[in-house]
Design a protein around this ligand. Structure first.
Ligand code: C2E
Ligand code: CA
Ligand code: CA
Length: 735
């Protein structure tokens, strides 16, 4: 191998630069002979230079190149043999024809040994001498041309070797027995073999086991021309003895191979002998890996790595065919975690994701090797049990799953209790179509949920899809805005020191035409999922704005309204503008509008939220942290938001009688006060709670103890009657 730099060669240059007229040097000490020779040579197209003796000859040779020299041997100053030696040293390729009077064979041998090209005896036959000169010149020209061609060949071979060795592809030749006769340098970085190690080895050494049979026809290609292997994918095996993870990355390389058989060109067209193969292999490992990743992503759930719905359908299709052949039933299970959304919303997506991972791992434990576990989406899993003896097998596995999932899951210091509802159907008994089997299992699962969760339910003919109820709600929700079915209720927030109403929290209610008044828990999750929460939230904003404008018009004292903001709303790119629009339309005082956002929602997209809320805060709008204490509670982060109010979650307030809760609430209030925030305690139901909170110097309280959420009409009356000092006695009397 040669990696030495190669000078570019002119591959097309020819030897035509050979002089047209040959230049001859004639050397003799006899002036007459010199003259005679010159005259003779003048009959031909030669350029003739004469030298009278050996010394003159040396001078002439030193000055210029000759195509041939006619040399006398016996010369007094410097004899011909010495001139010959000089020529051999200085310009070995100039042919010398000795023309000598010394006719002994000895003299001739000596001269020829000394490098003379020919020997002519004096006196010479003129024709004979001219012929000898011609021959010598022709021979010399042919030699020169040969040399030139040889040089070019060597140069071009060097050049090709360079191209082949610096090729990014693996290039090889095999002999007719399939042994390597040539491999380029690339093989080292590709497969970890040194070239020497492979030469003489059979090609199968580098072929992946699975591809040996195929390689016999393509790697060891015998066909030539159009029918030979082109861009065939094949897997090569790396040198198992080499551990160079960076280069090898993996034991196996995918290549795209183009190969052709080589045949003896000399032989006649009909019995051309196969002499081996020549091939070029392009490394496509990375491309293959990328393709595999894409394929993997198309068929797997990226969070858990479990098969997704597409792959599950695939497996189910295969297993259905197999079940038919074996005449054994199979089962499809649909699993749905109970209350997962609550966990996800309250603890955040990161914890929700961890939980799903843990659930996936636990489910796997309950299954056998050949069973398929898939995640179909959200908190919905599916299981395929391919060979069953009876339905009781399904019951057994169902029980196992329910039991395994009933143990708490620990995620980042949270102890989380979950349960699962399972629906099942059996093929071919319940049907043998992929999608209807999955759907039947899902219907049975919804049935299990509605019958009290944490149970297994088999599908039965005539079972109604209960989630049509959910879909009904969704459809009704979409109409509710247009039909004006929403109302806002208001719950007062009361100053603990003075008893005055400081503000109201706006709480949404839905007057459903059939179901009556629905609380947010019945429809907000559906509205969130269906995306209708954004226009609904918009309506809430405008409604709250209209209410404030009305109170102002009625001359009532300025009072704050707090509006709850949902995830989808906050994430909506229009969020800030939609709020600013309401502020403008009703000429609101930004200070009187407070947005309630939960901690975990704020943290979900920290940077974006900080920007949005910063813009709102710049126009005076207030921000309250809702359900404080149930989320991150990292003050370091919270302090990056323009917060005005902390709303202590009702779960803490309602257990204020327990000592440890007291200190927590105490700490929260102290922190809030320390940060100059307005602290509101939610869900205050008893006098004892109110007293405690007052002692802890909580600024405001909100809860049934003072008032449940009330209609706009009642809230207005409340404001009128209790402009100063919120009198609980009157409130009680009124209810
Ligand atoms: P939240 O923001 O924590 O609202 C307080 C909830 O506690 C309200 O439930 C309220 O009626 C209830 N509550 C008030 N005082 C007491 C008490 O003394 N004891 C107890 N046990 N509960 C009390 P509601 O109205 O059913 O609302 C539930 C949740 O729905 C709200 O929780 C809020 O997150 C959401 N929500 C309500 N209205 C809207 C809205 O307009 N938009 C959005 N996005 N969410 C809303
Ligand atoms: Ca709230
Ligand atoms: Ca709350």
């Amino acid at each position: 191998m040669s990696n030495e730099p190669i000078e570019p060669v002119e591959l097309h240059s020819t030897v035509s630069s050979f002089p047209v007229r040959s230049r001859l040097l004639v050397v003799d000490d006899e002036p007459l002979i010199l003259e005679g020779l010159t005259r003779l040579l003048a009959t031909r197209e030669y350029e003739v230079v004469t030298a009278n003796g050996g010394c003159e000859a040396l001078i002439a040779i030193g000055k210029q190149q000759f195509d041939a020299i006619l040399l006398d041997l016996g010369m007094p100053d410097l004899n011909g043999n010495e001139v010959l030696r000089f020529v051999a040293d200085r310009s070995a390729d100039t042919p010398v024809i000795v023309v000598s009077g010394d006719s002994t064979i000895d003299a001739a041998i000596r001269a020829l040994r000394g490098g003379a090209a020919d020997f002519v005896r004096k006196p010479y036959e003129p024709e004979e001498l001219l012929r000898r000169i011609d021959n010598t010149l022709t021979r010399r020209r042919l030699e020169k041309e040969n040399n030139h061609i040889l040089q070019r060949l060597q140069q071009s071979e060097k050049w090709h070797r360079f191209l082949v060795n610096s090729s990014p592809d693996f290039i090889y030749t095999l002999d007719c027995e399939g042994r390597f006769t040539f491999v380029n340098d690339r093989v080292e970085s590709l497969l970890g073999y040194r070239r020497e190690d492979l030469l003489g080895q059979h090609y199968s050494l580098v072929i992946h086991e699975d591809d040996i049979a195929r390689a016999e026809h393509v790697f060891n290609e015998r066909r030539a021309g159009d029918r030979s292997a082109r861009n065939i994918e094949i897997n090569l095996k790396c040198n198992p003895g080499v551990r160079r993870p960076r280069l090898m990355n993996g034991r196996c390389k995918s290549v795209e191979l183009t190969a052709t058989g080589m045949y003896d060109e000399e032989a006649s067209q009909f019995d051309r002998r196969f002499i081996g193969s020549y091939g070029v292999a392009k490394d496509v490992t990375e491309r293959k890996q990328a393709e595999e990743t894409v394929h993997y992503q198309a068929y797997h759930d990226l969070l858990t790595g479990l098969p997704n719905r597409a792959l599950f359908r695939d497996h189910l299709g295969l297993m259905l065919a197999q079940a038919k052949r074996n005449q054994k039933p199979l089962a499809v299970l649909s699993l749905d975690l109970d209350h997962f959304k609550v966990i996800n919303d309250s603890l955040g997506h990161a914890i929700g994701d961890e939980l799903l991972l843990a659930v996936g791992a636990r489910l796997r434990q309950c299954l056998r090797e050949g069973d398929t576990l898939a995640r179909l989406g959200g908190d919905e899993f599916a299981v395929l049990l391919p060979t069953l003896v009876s339905r009781s097998d399904v019951e057994h596995i169902g029980r196992k799953i329910i039991q395994v999932l009933s143990k708490p899951v620990y995620v980042k210091s949270h102890e989380i209790y979950i349960s699962v509802s399972i629906g099942a159907c059996v093929a071919p008994e319940d049907g043998d179509l992929i999608d209807s089997l999955i759907r039947q299992a899902e219907i049975a699962m919804y049935q299990a949920k509605s019958q009290g969760r944490s149970r297994l339910q088999f599908w039965e003919a005539g079972m109604q899809a209960p989630y049509s109820e959910r879909m009904q709600i969704e459809a009704d929700l979409r109409r509710a805005l247009a039909r004006n079915e929403f109302v806002l209720f208001y719950q007062p927030q009361v100053d603990t020191a003075t008893g005055e109403v400081r503000g109201f929290e706006a709480l949404l209610r839905w007057w459903h035409p059939q179901r009556g008044m629905l609380a947010p828990a019945d429809f907000i999750p559906v509205a969130e999922e269906a995306g209708v929460i954004v226009p609904i939230g918009d309506w809430v904003m405008r409604q709250a704005g209209a209410q404030m404008a009305e109170w102002r018009k009625d001359g009532l004292p300025p009072v704050r309204i707090s509006v709850n903001i949902s995830a989808r709303q906050l994430e909506s790119p229009d969020f800030v503008d939609s709020i600013m629009r309401a502020v403008q339309v009703y000429s609101l005082d930004g200070n009187l509008l407070e947005l309630e956002i939960t901690e975990s929602l704020l943290m979900r997209d920290f940077e974006a939220n900080a920007i949005k809320l910063g813009r709102l805060s710049a126009s005076g709008i207030r921000l309250a942290i809702d359900d404080f204490g149930t989320g991150y509670s990292s003050f370091k982060y919270l302090s990056r938001f323009p917060i005005h109010t902390l709303k202590i979650d009702q779960s803490f307030v309602q257990e204020l009688d327990r000592e440890e809760n007291m200190s927590i609430v105490n700490a929260m209030i102290a922190m809030g006060r320390g940060m100059n925030l307005n602290v509101v305690a939610e869900g205050v139901e008893t006098e004892a709670q109110r007293v405690r909170l007052q002692q802890m110097q909580c600024h405001e309280v909100q809860g049934y103890f003072y008032s449940p959420p009330v209609s706009s009409h009642e809230a207005t009356a409340m404001l009128r009657q209790h402009v100063r000092g919120f009198d609980r006695a009157k409130q009680l009397a009124a209810s």
